[in-house]
Structure formats: C-alpha cells, structure tokens
Design a protein around this ligand. Sequence first.
Ligand code: NAG
Ligand code: NAG
Ligand code: NAG
Ligand code: NAG
Ligand code: NAG
Ligand code: NAG
Ligand code: NAG
Ligand code: NAG
Length: 330
Amino acid sequence: MDFHAVCCSLLLLSCTGVCFGQELLLPERINKPVGENVVITPIRIPDPPHEFIRWKFNEISILSGPPSGITILPQYTDRVSLNTTTLALELRNLTESDTGPYSLTVNTPTDRYSDVTSLQVVEIIFGAALTGPTDDLIEDVSSATLSCNASGTIYSAEWMKDNQKLSASDSITFSNDNRSVMISPVRRRDSGEYQCTLSNPISSESATYRMTVNFGPDNVIIDGPVEVEEGNKLTLSCRTESTPNASYKWMFKGNLTEENTSVFTVEQTTFMHTGIYICMASNPVTGRNASGSHDLVVKEKGSMGGSGGSLQKMIKRSSRGNKQNRDSYI
Ligand SMILES: *[C@@H]1O[C@H](CO)[C@@H](O)[C@H](O)[C@H]1NC(C)=O
Ligand SMILES: *[C@@H]1O[C@H](CO)[C@@H](O)[C@H](O)[C@H]1NC(C)=O
Ligand SMILES: *[C@@H]1O[C@H](CO)[C@@H](O)[C@H](O)[C@H]1NC(C)=O
Ligand SMILES: *[C@@H]1O[C@H](CO)[C@@H](O)[C@H](O)[C@H]1NC(C)=O
Ligand SMILES: *[C@@H]1O[C@H](CO)[C@@H](O)[C@H](O)[C@H]1NC(C)=O
Ligand SMILES: *[C@@H]1O[C@H](CO)[C@@H](O)[C@H](O)[C@H]1NC(C)=O
Ligand SMILES: *[C@@H]1O[C@H](CO)[C@@H](O)[C@H](O)[C@H]1NC(C)=O
Ligand SMILES: *[C@@H]1O[C@H](CO)[C@@H](O)[C@H](O)[C@H]1NC(C)=O
C-alpha cells in the first residue's frame, strides 16, 4: 500500500496505466509460424494463493479452475497444458485459426486480476514470384500489369523500382491489396528492375522482374562534316534514341545505298559525292521509322585553307547541314 502510493505519486503522469494491473502482466504480442508450439508466459503474476484461474481465447474458456483441479475444454485437451507455478499456457501444433486475443484471469483471496495478449499464427512466406507482361511493350501504346504472389500468409506488399520506392502516379495504379501494379500507358522511363516484397510478422520474401519498354526511333541525327575536300575520306554517322537499337539505311540523292549500319563512309570523295544524305532508322519492334538528312559539299583540293582545316571543325555537327524527319523519307 505504501509502495503503491509512492510509485503512483512519483510517476503520477506517466504510470497510471502501468500501476493498475501490474500484478498480472502478459507479453504484448506474440507471432508464431503454423505448426509450431507457443508458450504464453506471464511476465508477472499476483502472489499466491491463486483461488481460481482462467485462460480464454476470444470469449471461449480454454481452461479454468483452481490450480489443483484445472479443467480443459475437450477440443483443447491434447494440445494444451498449463504450468501451475508460472500460469504459462502452452498451445501445440498451431494453426492460423489460433490467431486472436488470449486473456488470463487470476483470483486471489482479495482481488481479481486480468490481462490480455494477442497471438498471430501465420504461414511462413516462400516462393515469391513477380510476373509481368510477356509480350513486347510499346511506349504510349501498351499497358503492363505486374503481380506478386507467394505461398504463405501475406500481410503486406511493397514495391521498388531500380531500388527506389515505387509510388502511384497518373499512370501507375496499385491494387487495393498492393499485390499488383498497373502501368498504363507504359513510357520509356518505366523500363527497369521492379521488386516486390511480401511480408508478414515473421517472414518476408522478395522477387524481381525486369521490364523493357520499346520506343523510337526518335531524333535521328547525322554527325559529319558539311564540306570535304576532293579525295579525302568522308565519314557520316547516324544516331537516334531507340529501344531496341534501330537498324539503319542510307539514301543518297534519292537512291538507296548498300550501307546498312549507322556509319556511312566514302574512302575517296569525288564531286559526285556532293548532295543530300538521308539516314533512315527503323525499329523492328515498334514498327516505327524516322529519318534525318545531311547536306554535303565536296570542294576542290586546296580550297579549304590547307591541312590547317582542323578535323575538329570538319566533324563538328552543323545545324545548317542537318535536317530531321519522322516517318517520312522525303
Ligand atoms: C513451470 O515453469 C517453471 C519455470 O519455467 C519450470 O521450472 C517448471 O519446471 C515448470 N513446471 C512444469 C510442471 O512444467
Ligand atoms: C497438427 O495439426 C494438423 C492439422 O490440424 C494435423 O493434421 C496434424 O496431425 C497435427 N500434428 C500433430 C503433431 O499433432
Ligand atoms: C498465389 O500462389 C498460391 C500458392 O502458390 C496459389 O494457391 C494462388 O492461386 C496464387 N494466386 C494467384 C493469383 O496466382
Ligand atoms: C499499399 O501501399 C501504400 C503505399 O506504400 C500504403 O500506404 C497502403 O497502406 C498499402 N495498402 C495495403 C492494403 O497494404
Ligand atoms: C545498341 O547500341 C549500342 C550503342 O551503339 C551498343 O553499345 C549496344 O551493344 C547495342 N545493343 C545491342 C543489343 O545490339
Ligand atoms: C539513282 O538511281 C537511278 C536509277 O537506278 C540512276 O539512274 C541514278 O544514276 C542513281 N543516282 C545516283 C546518284 O546513284
Ligand atoms: C548488312 O549488309 C551486309 C552485307 O550486305 C550483310 O551481310 C548484313 O547481314 C547486313 N546487316 C544487316 C543488319 O542488315
Ligand atoms: C519502316 O521501314 C521498314 C524498313 O525500311 C519498312 O519495311 C516499313 O514498312 C517501314 N514502316 C513504316 C511505318 O513506314
């Protein structure tokens, strides 16, 4: 009594809840996998004698009576036992239906004490798999749904893309349980590695999926000189933004050339090589084409200020010489 008064007046603000019911204290929460056993051991129990004790699950009385003559509910008899000294309840061969609140009540000759704990019995998560589209995805056209599954009891699902948390946006929608993500339409920035993590209180597992969004070709650009001296080598090189890599064709003065790579070369130029070069890029997956063009003038030997005409200047891209065209070949 004296001790109580001291405790409560010293810790009046913080301990009112702790001071009451402190004689009987159960652990706050217990998590266990299916199939295992649990022992719910009170952290503190009132001093004996205990005239009567009762363990309840939800509102069902599992066992009760004076410690010397406990009776156990028939369906629990072969999987439950009580330590009459510690009042610990052992529950064997747990199933998910054992999840819920467990309360212990203890009557002493003077008082009645009670506390409750929460037991969660879950199946360990394993075999996590992240599935996504198997068909080619095309930017601005396709949608993608990624789904995460595993066996076990799944409490929550979390998503990352390229090691950053994936958030909802105008094109990214999560299902209510967060187990799947819909991206509609897909864009090139959605390419990357997706990871989902499925968790419950005792386990978690992750799975990944690499997604590629096909796009382009966009922005066909030809790098090369605008002028070249007769007899010198000409190198034009074509680039574009495309996934997968584009394939290239070159046209000169309206005729298709033999060249089929991104680089067009002439070992020794003649005046015949003055004209418009067109680089045509095509993406076999998106089915799209785009092209760019480049004007070249072959000049008389010695007319370009000698060998001082630096290579740097010559290969510098000229905005004058470069034109772009999407999905048309002039
Ligand atoms: C009850 O628990 C105590 C402490 O863990 C232990 O020493 C004792 O053997 C247990 N009694 C029974 C009957 O299991
Ligand atoms: C555990 O419970 C399961 C399902 O209730 C049962 O099939 C199994 O025989 C039990 N195992 C033991 C060791 O009691
Ligand atoms: C998820 O996996 C479980 C266990 O492997 C299976 O029973 C269930 O049908 C799967 N669910 C979906 C939506 O694929
Ligand atoms: C789904 O994820 C969001 C964001 O991570 C979270 O705020 C929300 O609570 C989750 N919903 C469920 C049902 O887990
Ligand atoms: C695509 O092109 C880039 C740059 O030219 C090259 O590094 C890469 O290896 C190519 N990828 C494939 C699959 O051909
Ligand atoms: C383009 O092709 C036409 C017809 O085959 C040919 O007459 C012409 O000389 C070609 N032009 C060039 C620049 O090769
Ligand atoms: C390019 O042309 C060469 C020779 O004509 C041929 O062997 C090669 O397969 C072609 N490459 C492509 C990508 O079309
Ligand atoms: C794109 O180019 C390829 C090869 O040059 C051609 O087969 C295809 O018809 C072209 N597609 C369009 C939409 O112009």
